[in-house]
Design a protein around this ligand. Sequence first.
Ligand code: SME
Length: 152
Amino acid sequence: MTATAEPGRIVRALRAAHLHDASRQELLRLACERIQTLGAPYTSVYAYMLRGDELVLEAFAGRETEHTRIPVGKGVCGTAVATGEDQNVPDVGAAGNYLACNLETKAELVVLIRRGATILGQLDIDSDVPAGFSDAHYRAVKEVADALAVLL
Ligand code: SME
């Protein structure tokens, strides 16, 4: 996804769906699908939403995962919530807190969906490309996450 055009298109699609009364799950699925359709480095895209002290998988595009609920503080996903910081992990094999889904994933990007100080959830993206996510990829995904924070 380029830093400018693609996230803008996805955000416009999300706003249009919202105007047509798309449900929260439909919006999350649309975001996951539109990002994943862009191809490498976006291998699989997951939307985990915070319910109490757990992240719950509400939509995804790409490979299935057994991690449908992740406690805050566990894994790269739970670490993002616990620290309040987005995570760009270039080599998941070297990350002590990584929860593995499959052997193909090499890098992971977690961008929080936050409304003001409140964390609503996150977009979690797996890449089969080692160190797959640049700053431009991060900023692009953040644009989508920020749009979701307003629309959900
Ligand atoms: N790898 C994540 C778990 C979720 S899957 O990637 C879909 C983690 O370490 O939290």
